[in-house]
Design a protein around this ligand. Sequence first.
Ligand code: ATP
Ligand code: MG
Length: 183
Amino acid sequence: MKFDRLRLNGFKSFVDPTDLVIREGLTGVVGPNGCGKSNLLEALRWVMGENRPSAMRGGGMEDVIFAGTSRRGARAHAEVMLTIDNRERLAPATVNEADGIDIVRRITRDAGSAYKINGKEARARDVQMLFADASTGAHSPALVRQGQISELINAKPKARRRILEEAAGISGLYARRHEAELK
Ligand code: ATP
Ligand code: MG
């Protein structure tokens, strides 16, 4: 699954609309401490359906909304759009007729998150499953947080197994089994 573009608006320090174009090959993001490099990776994880505030370095989910500075007021919502190249038709059947897939997540204070896939309203689960089936997503081992390497080394065997299962591409099946057991 190839990511083409990440668009942030009101997300953490990215108060103004910001486009990150992800071209073929390696993309590097450089800048001084605190300029927002980790926030970019968090935006990517968030738009893929991350729901743990701890993974976003916040106390609550609304902490991803631009909180304001001495010169600029806080924002009422945050939005991230991820555009995926689907020319190889790797996406699930429901959205697979399109060359590109736009996934949008928007959070509004006191109103929670809403998702859209190619303009159509979707559930968090739809977005999470889209990525789980492609063996990626918010919990993908391909996204390595600062400090995560030492966490990995200290992980208990069960936690380490989950990481291997993600790498083996079977976590989508896991999520479905869990859903089946709940029914
Ligand atoms: P380092 O090189 O130290 O890892 P970094 O480039 O990864 O730095 P980030 O951690 O992405 O930097 O950015 C941190 C900045 O984002 C801080 O200045 C912090 O104040 C700002 N920030 C985080 N959440 C919000 C928010 N909700 N509203 C406004 N600014 C925020
Ligand atoms: Mg950082």
